[in-house]
Design a protein around this ligand. Structure first.
Ligand code: SR1
Ligand code: MG
Length: 418
């Protein structure tokens, strides 16, 4: 795999047509008349350049990695090879969960460019949640995406030699793994340089940083994240990595892809929904919409378990829990399934908890909270998320089922956590 090539150059709206106008896979979508291409840079994420290119014949997304973290600037260098991992994750996800991720038209490793399908009129799910707009089929699709990618990317399904080669491919994503290991699992628990938080949270932050149980459990979760290469994960599966219309749901942006524990993507996603739930007082406080967010969380887990169980019963071709071991004992494989789901559930709760804490105390926060102008209100919303996050991390093995966890969220939302 190439690293910074001397030929690498970031694209701009001015140079893009000339630079990409001779690539067949792209002109097949946009036409060869580059004078008719219109380019807009729309990247609002933390890391990359993203362009929408429109022509009379179509639209394409061009995503290019920058050699540094866009959110911070060139004082934080970041290798271009993340585009390589995103490309490999996208093509695997497309095969495992067809129709739910953008089709890749073209990839240049040297230029760290991926040209891919543009979803329109989709918007980022986070914005939908702030506008209090519902999405039909959201939970079912997200649950299925999780089950299909998690099951089919693991030793439950894959040929193990192929999987081990794949683990070797993704293991080189050291710098992006390091971002998650640091920003999610360590920085929130001490006074790290890149941390920031809303002013009114000072006392609660001091309490959390003195909380031995929390810090030990957060690190047990970090050990799982770093050491348990169970399946190919999306790696950054928050509500900013989902694009939706009123009736359609797609998953984007797997540049943090890595082999990790099965509960990680699920937990990260659920944690983001619970934070969106706690942020609702900053966005209109519609009780019915808040209830809908909790329903979505419950349905994601239900959809995930239904699909994962179905795949367990019909596609178990890997080295784990082989059919032959359970011949004549149909209940044994069901027992193994149910215990495996319980393990995933407990891990997911823990990962949801650390995600909720880091999105409030570490470098990267969430728009649902950041956009609340009233600082006292924002602190109150964030404090509830921290309260729930702490309980999820520390008590994850005794939290009960999804309805009990949603009840906890409801209870916290009615009180003051500050
Ligand atoms: C420096 S990158 C900060 C965060 O943005 C990405 O979306 C990941 O969530 C990462 O942790
Ligand atoms: Mg992203």
């Amino acid at each position: 795999m190439a690293e910074i090539s001397s030929n690498y150059a970031p694209l701009s709206v001015e140079t893009l047509p000339e630079r990409l106008g001779r690539i067949d896979a792209i002109t097949a979508k946009l036409g060869a008349d580059t004078n008719a291409w219109q380019c807009k840079e729309v990247g609002d994420g933390n890391l990359n350049l993203v362009f929408i290119v429109t022509s009379p014949s179509g639209q394409v997304i061009i995503k290019q990695a920058l050699p540094y973290v866009r959110l911070v600037g060139d004082s934080w260098p970041l290798p271009l090879k993340r585009a390589y991992f995103e490309y490999h994750a996208l093509i695997r996800h497309a095969a495992r969960a067809p129709g739910l991720v953008p089709e890749v038209y073209y990839f240049s490793e040297e230029q760290a460019i991926i040209a891919m399908e543009f979803f329109t009129p989709h918007i980022i799910l986070r914005h939908k949640l702030m506008a209090q707009e519902k999405v039909e089929g959201l939970a079912e699709t997200l649950g299925k995406f999780l089950a299909r990618t998690i099951f089919r990317g693991s030793d439950l399904s894959m040929d193990t030699a192929k999987r081990k080669r794949d683990v070797a491919l993704f293991v080189d994503s050291v710098e992006l793994n390091d971002i998650t290991e640091t920003l999610v699992f360590s920085d929130p628990y001490f006074d790290a340089e890149r941390n920031h938080h809303t002013k009114g949270l000072g006392p609660i932050v001091a309490r959390l940083r003195a909380d031995i149980d929390l810090k030990v459990e957060a690190h047990h979760l970090k050990a799982k994240f770093a050491n348990n290469a169970e399946t190919l994960l999306h790696g950054d599966f928050h509500t900013g990595s989902v694009m939706v219309t009123e009736t359609d749901t797609k998953v984007i942006d797997p540049e943090f892809a890595l082999y990790g524990p099965m509960g990680f993507d699920i937990g990260m996603l659920l944690g983001n929904f619970w934070m969106a739930y706690f942020a609702q007082p900053g966005h209109g406080n519609d009780a019915e919409y808040q209830a809908w967010i909790l329903e979505v969380v419950a349905e994601i887990w239900a959809s995930f378990t239904a699909e994962f169980s179905q795949l367990w019963r019909t596609e178990r071709a890997g080295i784990l829990y082989e059919e032959i071991m359970y011949e004549g004992q149909p209940l044994a494989s069901e027992q193994a399934l149910s215990q495996r789901l319980s393990m995933i559930w407990e891990d997911a709760l823990g990962f949801a908890g650390v995600e909720m804490i880091r999105r409030t105390l570490s470098l990267a926060h969430i728009a649902e909270n950041d956009s609340i102008k009233d600082e006292a209100l924002r602190a109150a919303c964030e404090a509830r998320g921290l309260d729930m996050g702490r309980q999820l991390v520390v008590n994850r093995t005794r939290m009960g089922d999804i309805s009990q966890v949603n009840d906890l969220a409801q209870q916290i939302s009615k009180g003051e956590s500050l």
